[in-house]
Design a protein around this ligand. Sequence first.
Ligand SMILES: Cc1ncc(COP(=O)(O)O)c(C=O)c1O
Length: 449
Amino acid sequence: MTELSGGPALPQERRVVTAIPGPKSQELWARKQETVAAGVGAVLPVFVKRAGGGVLEDVDGNSLIDFGSGIAVTSVGNSAEAVVRRAVAQLADFTHTCAMVTPYETYVEVCEQLAELTPGDHAKKSALFNSGAEAVENAVKIARAYTKRQAVVVFDHGYHGRTNLTMALTAKNMPYKHGFGPFAPEVYRVPLAYPYRWLTGPENCAQEAADQAITQITKQIGAENVAAIIIEPVLGEGGFIEPAKGFLPAIANFAKENGIVFVADEIQSGFCRTGQWFACEDEGIVPDLITTAKGIAGGLPLAAVTGRAEMMDAAHAGGLGGTYGGNPVACAAALGSIETMRELDLNAKAKRIEEVMKGRLTAMQEKFDVIGEVRGRGAMIAIELVKSGSKDPNPEATSALAKACHQEGLLVLTTGTFGNVLRFLPPLVIGEDLLNEGLDILETAFGTL
Ligand SMILES: Cc1ncc(COP(=O)(O)O)c(C=O)c1O
């Protein structure tokens, strides 16, 4: 039991009492198939009843170790005490007025927190939205309004969402884009410094990739036509890729020299996930705009664009917003989530998770040659799986490992352009015993390959 659990008496333990999925989950899955669109898939067809700390309890009484956090959302744990306390109080006071009609204090407070926590000591402003994709779309709107330019530059392996503009910004076709075109125009993709797969070796990666990206921008688009360069400081859906050191500063400097708005998409990597408030702090990058969502509000839908005041003010009044953007309950939850991150020093917790995970995974890499690389930062850690003796992607081993873990009560997620990355995103409040138990399950799963 932890004070961060999803209610009283949610034991912090793994418990497998039925097949996974169990009979009740299977029954619910059959109902889902009847009424929910097939395009809305599920990684693991287990229906959750309660969740908190480091576990998800299902309708059959199984308790799964959570290495997913609802894709990097419940960093403070599910139903964290401060999130529940503040959200419940807000629910009782009022649920909605529409911030564009009659505003409320919590919206302003969230923007104040964002100004304080995001990198840089310049004057900052924010606008709040519902989803990550919506934040990215609005970052593009703001950059275009500010620069009076149209082109947007994104990177190989990047992921920015599933709406029309963000599908165009996203690299991977299947499942995100396939059959859903035509996509928004004026989006250009350039190389990313992906050290493990850089053909001339990781040591040349930052410089060569930056040179190639900058040459493409200047020769194929024209720097003077570019409104924004958008990059994830640690790539999420692309496979938890840390761009080679030096690449991000080179791109950020190029943006600065050419009057291009540099946007850090920290929707997955932000809010203590990598052991810093924001992953771009690692190389001292101060983005012009930063997009956040996921971890910001402990599971309630909230997203933000935060940036230089003069840029954020470029869009005319009424040009930014949306009915639910910055919903008061979601804002209250965000304040609870940030309070928890500060009070429990979740950056330190994420760093400790990295230490434990990397230690164990690196030892596994010595035993299992399908592990090509162990990488990531904080509680955003991954292994890239390859065919033995090569760097050829091994998506078959990746899904077999995920399945074996699921059956033993460990929720893990797969990712990566080639579908060959197992990613680990535990809640930052997970107990170390559960963390190690999850890694034991993974280690055993290699024996099933
Ligand atoms: C880096 C990044 N940007 C944008 C998004 C889109 O966020 P949402 O799913 O809330 O629209 C995601 C979601 O995974 C993401 O990881």
